[in-house]
Design a protein around this ligand. Sequence first.
Ligand code: SF4
Length: 238
Amino acid sequence: MSTLTRAGTRRSEEELRALALEGAALDDTDAVAVAKWAAETFPGTLAVACSMAEGVLPHLVSQHAPGVDVLFLETGYHFADTLGTRARVADELDVTVVDVLPELTVAEQDAKYGPRLHDRDPALCCAMRKMEPLARTLGGYEAWVTGVRRDEAPTRTHTPLVTFDEKHGLVKVNPLVTWSLDDVTDYAIEHGVPVNLLLSDGYPSIGCEPCTRRVAPGEDPRAGRWSGLSKTECGIHT
Ligand code: SF4
């Protein structure tokens, strides 16, 4: 059954799957063309996911989709610098930042499950504070754009450019799949895009504060995420 979006009726799954195939045939080295295609193909029904490490993806997409919704998973556990970057992205870019909120506040979660659930059961904490809110929110869109890059982690080596996201039931567009971290940094400098200061302070991958530590020079950039645990992904992109 179709869901109503701001632009009207959401297209059928069959139509969205066909559009995903169309997008998959694009040149995966041309992020600008991919962002333009996404903006033109999903007018008013496109969302951009952003962790606020920097505002590169919101900037790139907003060039073709002014005012585009930028989804920020507001877990309640972010670094102050991440919240500062969120504020700058909202103020300086032509986007609409949408805080995607969990059902429970941190205080309510602490009361129900005990404090520091992230230390005892990070999978449950991520499920409640990231995955469920994101899934609920994506139901109102036809496509979402993420900044996943193939060079970020072994789990991301085969990330497709455009695909039908089976887990969330919409098209997923990854314009930066072939980019390196240097490419992201170069784009941010060239376009004066807000950048989270933590990136240059030993945090090449930024998540919630309790689950992110500094990494040493030369260390795997994602080694600071859920350090000491087997967990390497929150589950959103896997
Ligand atoms: S990253 Fe940590 S604090 Fe954030 S939602 Fe996941 S387990 Fe909870």
